[in-house]
Design a protein around this ligand. Structure first.
Ligand SMILES: *Cc1c(COP(=O)(O)O)cnc(C)c1O
Length: 241
């Protein structure tokens, strides 16, 4: 059995235990395998072990991998999760199924327009990224601004607004992890309730939070999609990661 297969099986057990501990159904938490910095062959291994959703941080690297695996494209779902610059939106609109990292309306508008040029593709599924730790260096919009950005995005024709994403500052303090994720969940619940009659929010169902080191706290606080890299593929090259 390959390393990736073994790690994936161990991770699935860890996810199941976390869900049970949180009194949640394991199938309500989707696993996004973050394959950034790892070669296409690693994605293929994970796919043979039953994994179908993959996350990439860098547009160029992601597009290359998607093209290398083009024969498998119908079975795979590709999520863009990294910082997105204007000059990369076209690549992302053309090749990816999801974008988790939207924090500016301008980027969302470009993605919608460009997605619309591919009449064979359905809407791009998007999440708004929140800066929950309020660090200047991190991407994401502040908790106060997120509702207005979601509202504007919900009206764009070629995007489907799916929810919120967050990357809290890494912390070994478990109570701090819970606090950050709970803040994102409260924001998510508030927006969902406020827009319960708005059609643009019909698919607002995703809370993308939790990584290899904090997935238990994220699941306890309501995550519906965890983004896991190193626990599946191993340690990344420090320079690139
Ligand atoms: C790299 C990355 C992950 C995965 O991190 P691990 O700690 O390796 O699980 C998740 N989300 C984002 C946005 C990332 O950049």
């Amino acid at each position: 059995m390959s390393q990736v297969t073994t790690k994936l099986m161990m991770l699935r057990q860890r996810l199941e235990l976390a869900a049970l501990a949180a009194k949640r159904e394991p199938e309500d938490i989707q696993l996004l395998a973050v394959s950034k910095t790892f070669p296409a062959i690693a994605v293929e291994e994970a796919m043979h072990a039953g994994q179908t959703a993959f996350g990439e941080n860098y547009a160029q690297e992601g597009v290359e991998k998607i093209q290398q695996l083009s024969k498998l494209r119908p079975w795979l779902e590709w999520h863009f999760i990294g910082p997105l610059q204007s000059n990369k939106t076209r690549d992302v609109a053309e090749h990816f199924d999801w974008v988790h990292s939207i924090d500016r309306l301008k980027i969302a508008e470009r993605l919608s327009t460009q997605r619309g040029e591919f009449s064979n593709l359905g809407p791009l599924q998007v999440c708004v990224q929140i800066n929950v730790s309020e660090e200047d260096s991190k991407s994401g919009i502040s908790l106060e601004e997120v509702d207005a950005l979601c509202d504007a995005i919900s009206k764009l024709p070629h995007l489907a607004l799916r929810g919120l994403m967050a990357i809290p500052a890494p912390s070994d303090d478990v109570s701090q992890q819970h606090q950050s994720f709970a803040a994102v969940r409260e924001c998510f619940v508030g927006i969902k309730a406020k827009h319960s009659n708005d059609v643009g929010f019909d698919f607002f169902d995703t809370l993308s939070m939790g990584m290899s080191d904090d997935l238990e706290a994220a699941i306890t606080e309501g995550s519906t999609m965890v983004r896991i890299g190193s626990a599946i593929f191993g340690k990344r090259d420090k320079i690139k990661a």
